[in-house]
Structure formats: C-alpha cells, structure tokens
Design a protein around this ligand. Structure first.
Ligand SMILES: Cc1cc2nc3c(=O)[nH]c(=O)nc-3n(C[C@H](O)[C@H](O)[C@H](O)COP(=O)(O)O)c2cc1C
Length: 376
C-alpha cells in the first residue's frame, strides 16, 4: 500500500541530482564562521552530520562585505572562504550528501559597524528597520538608515551575486539558492512596504521583480538553471516587511522564475502565530505559476509534511529547527522516534556546544540549560 510516508522517504529527481528523500535541510544561520568569515572544520563537521537530508541548503552566506549584518556569518567573496567551503562540500559529499549554498546580501538589515569604512548600509530606499536591533560587535544597536542604491550601481550588486555563484561552484557546491526571503536586500526590492523607487526597479510588480530576475539570470549563467533555486517569503513581516498585494507580486515572480527554468522555488510560509490562512491563499498560486519543484517550509512536522506531499501541494519539504537539533532527522522521522528539542540559547553562540553535540538516535543526550522549540 502506498502511504504518504512512502512519499517523504521516496527519491526525487531535482534537475540532474537524485535525491534519496524529499526532506530538505533549510538554511540556518549559526554564526560560527572563523576569522575572516571563513568556514572551518567545525562547520564541515556540522554539515557532514546532516548529510542524510535529500539536500542541504547552507546558512545564508554574504556575497560581498557590504552584505554583512551579523557577527561571524560566512562569506563567499574571498579565496580563503572558497577554501573553507571546500572543507564543507568535501565532508558532505564524502558522507553521500548534496549541498546548495545560500547567496545573501542583508541590505538595510545591517549597521555601519559591519560596513567597510563604517558607511551606511544600502537598500532599495532610505527607510530604516524600526523593529529590532542589529547585533553589532559593540552590542545591540538600532538599525541605521540605509542609503538607496543609485540605478547605475545595481548592475554591480548583481555582479556580486554572480561572483558568489562562481565561487560557490569553485568550492564544490551542487547548486545555489538565491535568498530573496525574510526582508533582506532582494526582498527589500520586491516588496512595496520598503521599495519606494521611481526608476525601473520600483513601482510596478514587474519593476520591483527586476533586481531578483537580473540576479537569477546572472546566477543561472554560472550554474545552469537546473542547479539554482530561489527562496521567497511572501507574507513574512520579519525585518519590517510588508506588501500591498503579495498575490500579484509573488504570482508574477513565480511565473518569471518558471520561465527562466530555475529548478526549485522555496516558499517560507508564515511561522506559527501568524496567519496561516493567508499563506494558504498564496502558496497554491505559486504552485500553479511555477513549473519546477516547489519546496515548502515553516513549522512542518512528519504529518503535515506528508499531507503536503500527498495532496500535491509541494514536492519537497524543508525543516529548519528540527534539523538543527537532530542530525539524523530523516531516520528519526522514518522510525517515528522522538526528536531532540532545539536549544535556543545556543542557536547563534560560539563553538561546538549546541552545534555538533546533538545526539543521534541511541546516543546519550547532552545536558542543556534551556530547551524549547522556537524559530527565528
Ligand atoms: C537559528 C535559525 C537560523 C536561520 N537562518 C536562516 C538563514 O540563514 N536563511 C534563511 O533563509 N532562513 C533562515 N532561518 C529560517 C529557517 O530556514 C526556516 O524558515 C524557519 O526555521 C522555519 O522552519 P522550521 O519551522 O522548520 O524551523 C533561520 C531559522 C533559525 C531558527
């Protein structure tokens, strides 16, 4: 008898890649890169432990020094970073896994203390994030008012994403994911709660999608569209984001990405506590408009993931916090074994604790000060 469980643990052809299951490791920032924002052996060990995922999407990785907004996040703009990521891809491949690097620029979600020459961060428009803080080397600080990129500067930023893709390829990644979600630079162009531009990158949905589509074309030129995915979060309000008509905007984005044949679209639905009903209105539209694989994310469990696959709502499901806390998540879900609880206190801390010491099934549990599921 075919059951939904057979679907989650059944193979899937993602472009040229044969995935052994449909369970994806979602991108997770862990703030544990080494000096110069270079990935280390510690990072390689963490990803290697999670190689039983259908495929791994790495933590968000800045394509340029101007794209930094947090401490110790890895980059993909120096040769040393390429060498560091090579440790990671070798470890993933040795363990039989597959890895995509998430290409990132935080835009206005930054602070002068992260920027070259302490300059203002850049964005689509000169509007600061009011809610939340930048976690700088000098402690939490209000976000700075960004500088709106000049029209003539935008091609240069697109080129940074292209360079990042080239370096990700040199580092041995199987593909890349363009981070257009969660209120970072590309999302700051997409959504009109932030984008107030009057040039060809602002105004209509076509204009606001242009930056993402130019990046997509540049990056697919490096990797081939069958190794490029895009992540969006149409309804998320993180980083003060909003849009007057998410259906019109993201329906257009999905159709244009489909025309460019990107291999998957990764949709972050609102996380628990937000309006899931609203998500239910946007995701089916994206499914309709986008021909490639649809990856869904946001608070999924074994049961809800199975239901999404069974009903045809999605092709793949990504797990964030559960994968962070369970290196052997596919095996645990397959066996319906209990899951380790994520330790929020060590999400962004330093060192191996709360990073590479979550036990596999049958290993002794580690004593922790705090435990409880939470997503950022
Ligand atoms: C510690 C942590 C770090 C995260 N870092 C990223 C990131 O680098 N890029 C990204 O697109 N999303 C990031 N997210 C969001 C997750 O990918 C995911 O969307 C979220 O955790 C919801 O999925 P889940 O319920 O399966 O955890 C992060 C979430 C957490 C908890």
């Amino acid at each position: 008898m075919t059951t939904a469980k057979d679907l989650l643990f059944s193979p899937f052809a993602l472009g040229p890649l044969s995935l052994p299951n449909r369970l994806v490791m979602a991108p997770l920032t862990r703030c544990r890169a080494g000096e110069g924002n270079v990935p280390t052996e510690l990072n390689a060990r963490y990803y290697e432990q999670r190689s039983s995922a259908g495929f791994i999407i790495t933590e968000a990785t800045q394509v340029t020094p101007e794209g930094v907004g947090y401490l110790r996040t890895p980059g993909i703009h120096t040769d040393a970073q390429v060498a560091g990521w090579r440790l990671v891809t070798d470890a993933i491949h040795r363990a039989g896994g597959r890895g995509f690097l998430q290409l990132w620029h935080v835009g206005r979600a930054s602070h002068p203390s992260f920027q070259p020459n302490r300059q203002a961060p850049v964005s689509s428009s000169a509007i600061a994030i009011r809610n939340g803080h930048a976690y700088t080397p000098e402690g939490p600080q209000p976000y700075a008012t960004p500088r709106a990129l000049e029209t003539g500067e935008i091609a240069g930023v697109v080129a940074r994403f292209e360079d990042g893709a080239r370096r990700a390829k040199a580092a041995g990644f199987d593909g890349v994911e363009i981070h257009a979600a969660n209120g970072y630079l590309i999302d700051q162009f997409l959504r009109d709660g932030v984008n107030q531009r009057t040039d060809r990158y602002g105004g209509s949905v076509e204009n606001r999608a242009r930056f993402l589509l130019e990046i997509t074309e540049a990056v697919t030129g490096v990797f081939g569209a069958d190794r490029v995915g895009v992540r969006v979060s149409p309804l998320a309000d993180f980083n003060d984001m909003s849009d007057s008509d998410p259906r019109a905007l993201f329906g257009h984005v999905a159709a244009e990405l489909s025309a460019r044949k990107v291999v998957y679209l990764h949709v972050v639905e609102p996380l628990s506590g937000q309006a899931l009903d609203a998500a239910a209105r946007v995701t089916p539209l994206l499914r309709e408009r986008f021909r490639g694989a649809l990856v869904v994310n946001g608070g999924y469990t074994l049961e809800t993931a199975e239901a999404a696959l069974r009903t045809g709502a999605a092709d793949l499901v990504s797990f964030g916090a559960p994968f962070l806390a369970n290196p052997d998540l596919p095996e645990r879900l397959l066996r319906r074994a209990p899951l380790n609880a994520p330790d929020v206190a060590t999400f962004y801390s330093e060192g191996p604790r709360g990073y590479i010491d979550y036990p596999r099934l049958g290993e002794a549990a580690v004593e922790r000060a705090s435990a409880g599921a939470q997503v950022a």
